[in-house]
Design a protein around this ligand. Structure first.
Ligand code: NAP
Length: 248
């Protein structure tokens, strides 16, 4: 039901964290996976090796998501190399935290360029390749804070909320082409991004998560596999929350 055989999936930010787990999970479900990375080449190569050692197929692509031209050129090259692109998970992202009154223009611009513009240019490039075959899956990775807000995350939350509006609009624009566009909104997941939380912060956080723990990348990967699969063919414009009940 959740098999992805014959599909080609590009996961941005697959060198680490949620993207890494998603790439490995999609390959385990039969997809040919294109592992995208920015700076962490060695880590991305390890992901390809893990997939190949398990009998799957994967290769690498490198671009900085803030460089629109590279995003477009490299995604077009992925389609040329594989002859198709069925699934895009626009996952690459950064968090720049800080109280609102201390936010700089530079932080705002970097967050916007990476989390919003980077994801949208990737989506646009992927959607272009999905039009003719009249099939495709685009999944944006946003965040629980895009819906519930968080102290110290005004700018980050704004970028993630923007993805919700974008996904719903794209879902409407591309539905007639049999292309679905959805969002996965993770809660607090144990990755490099959340490694800076102190033990005390982690304990406080765990207390307000109904399931009593922070998430692991595989929790989010499972939702991405579902949305990419045939099982989710009637799901579009939705936000799938993977947050242990933190926000309902
Ligand atoms: P992570 O461990 O810090 O990994 C971030 C990934 O994004 C890396 O693979 C990194 O690639 C890539 N990336 C960042 N900026 C890039 C750029 N300019 N160009 C190309 N690649 C870039 O983060 P994560 O926790 O897995 O988060 C993944 C996504 O989930 C993000 O969008 C994040 O906002 C979202 N999210 C995370 C959590 C959480 O609790 N962890 C919660 C909600 C949402 P390189 O290292 O190769 O440069």
């Amino acid at each position: 039901m959740f098999r992805l055989d014959t599909k080609v999936a590009l996961i941005t930010g697959a060198s680490r964290g949620i993207g890494r787990a998603t790439a490995i999970a999609m390959a385990a479900h039969g997809a040919r996976v294109v592992v995208h990375y920015g700076k962490s080449r060695q880590a991305a190569e390890e992901v390809v090796k893990i997939i190949s050692d398990a009998g799957g197929e994967a290769d690498l692509v490198n671009f900085d998501v803030t460089h629109s031209e590279s995003v477009e050129t490299e995604i077009a090259a992925v389609e040329k190399r594989h002859g198709r692109l069925d699934i895009l998970v626009a996952n690459a992202g950064i968090a720049v935290d800080g109280l609102a009154l201390r936010l700089s223009d530079e932080d705002l611009d970097l967050l916007w360029q990476t989390n919003v513009r980077g994801s949208l240019i990737a989506a646009k490039s992927a959607l272009r390749t999905m039009l003719k075959p009249k099939q495709g899956r685009v999944i944006f990775v946003s965040s629980v804070v895009g819906e519930m807000g968080n102290v110290g995350q005004t700018a980050y939350a704004a970028t993630k909320a923007a993805l919700h509006g974008a996904a719903k609009s794209l879902a409407r624009e591309f539905a007639s082409r049999n292309i679905t566009v959805n969002v996965v909104a993770p809660g607090f997941i144990d990755t490099d991004m959340t490694a800076k939380l102190s033990d005390d912060q982690r304990e406080q956080l765990t207390k307000v998560i109904p399931l009593g723990r922070t998430g692991v990348p595989d929790d989010v990967a499972a939702a991405c596999v579902y949305l990419a699969s045939h099982a989710a063919r009637y799901v579009t414009g939705q936000v799938v929350r993977v947050n242990g009940g933190l926000y309902m």
